[in-house]
Design a protein around this ligand. Structure first.
Ligand code: ATP
Length: 300
């Protein structure tokens, strides 16, 4: 497998507040990686560092083994869409791409090819000012494809797409990665938008990596026991070797122990359990917990 994107211990703060706090990740050629997290998690800052738009405080960001700024002709190696804005409203989609092609020294034939690749051939002569957000997303994507890059970096590409558009995006990304061999890194704050598309998922919150792995492993989940206890049961569990996390609502989630073992431990230590059940700690749970924690933070 070829490593196309490699970020190592990336850190970036704004005004002393960390936006990205020690993130490391790799993306292999031929795979789609979802970079997931709630709003403000640090996704865009990571992608901006990767594209040389923001200078990291420390850490390295490499694409095809080099810093983006050191690539001889970046448009042919990396296609990026950070936000689908900045189009001249009175320009047609075709003219917009033609200007980009000319500026980058790419063959003019790529304009109509790229419009076709994103399903915008029918709107080639329409003024961008009349485009919907979804059409702008597609046009921005067409711009990123002009140089036939083997790395795609897309920030929230599903924003503004209707369900049919999201389905189209899934097929598009799979084709680009699985058939054309590109490495795709795609960010989203909506798990459902990307979970059927990505091969691997990386979840960040508060600038830190929370979970990462193949989507198959993450959605299969890990067994855990959910309990509520009267009294302080956590040290007892941890003393017995369990891994315990505590939700803002006082719910304890226990890993590394069966439900029977947790029940017996509570009995032996004379702790009253008011709730005990098994649940899977899967990707959805991770996301819900992150969202809960944020909501909690917002209210406190
Ligand atoms: N240029 C900047 N100046 C100051 N603070 C910034 C700047 N860019 C990002 N931040 C802060 O860094 C944190 C991470 O923001 P970032 O945009 O990277 O998150 P995100 O995960 O992409 O969120 P979203 O899904 O809302 O785009 C936020 O608290 C944000 O306010």
């Amino acid at each position: 497998m070829t490593t196309a994107i490699e970020i190592t211990d990336l850190r970036k703060s704004f005004g002393g507040v960390p936006a990205v706090d020690g993130v490391s990740l790799t993306v292999q050629a031929g795979t789609i990686t979802g970079y997931l997290g709630p709003n403000g998690a640090g996704k865009t800052t990571t992608l901006r560092c990767l594209l040389g738009l923001v200078a990291p405080d420390s850490g390295t960001c490499l694409v095809n083994g080099r810093r983006y700024a050191d690539l001889p002709k970046p448009i042919t190696e990396v296609g990026a869409v950070l936000e689908a804005t900045g189009f001249h409203p009175s320009r047609s989609a075709r003219d917009h791409l033609a200007i980009m092609c000319a500026a980058a020294g790419l063959p003019r034939a790529r304009v109509d090819e790229a419009l076709g690749e994103v399903g915008l051939a029918h709107a080639a002569n329409k003024r961008v000012g009349g485009f919907s957000l979804g059409m702008r997303q597609r046009l921005a994507l067409a711009g990123a494809l002009l140089g036939r890059p083997k790395i795609l970096i897309l920030d929230e590409p599903a924003n503004g797409l209707d369900p049919a558009g999201i389905e189209w995006l899934r097929g598009f990304l799979r084709h680009w990665a699985h058939e054309l061999g590109a490495a795709v890194l795609v960010s989203s704050h909506v798990l459902a938008e990307v979970e059927q598309t990505v091969d691997n998922a990386i979840i960040i919150a508060g600038g830190r990596l929370v979970r990462h792995g193949s989507i198959a492993d993450l959605t299969r989940g890990e067994q855990q026991i959910r309990i509520r206890a009267l009294g302080d049961f956590r040290p007892v569990l941890e003393g017995a070797g369990a891994r315990v996390t505590e939700g803002p609502d006082g719910v304890l989630r226990v890993k590394g122990m069966s439900i029977d073992e947790v029940g017996r431990l509570a009995l032996n230590s004379r702790v009253v359990l008011t709730e005990i059940s098994e649940e899977r700690y899967d990707l959805h749970r991770v996301f819900l917990d992150l969202t809960d924690a944020r909501t909690e933070g917002a209210h406190s």
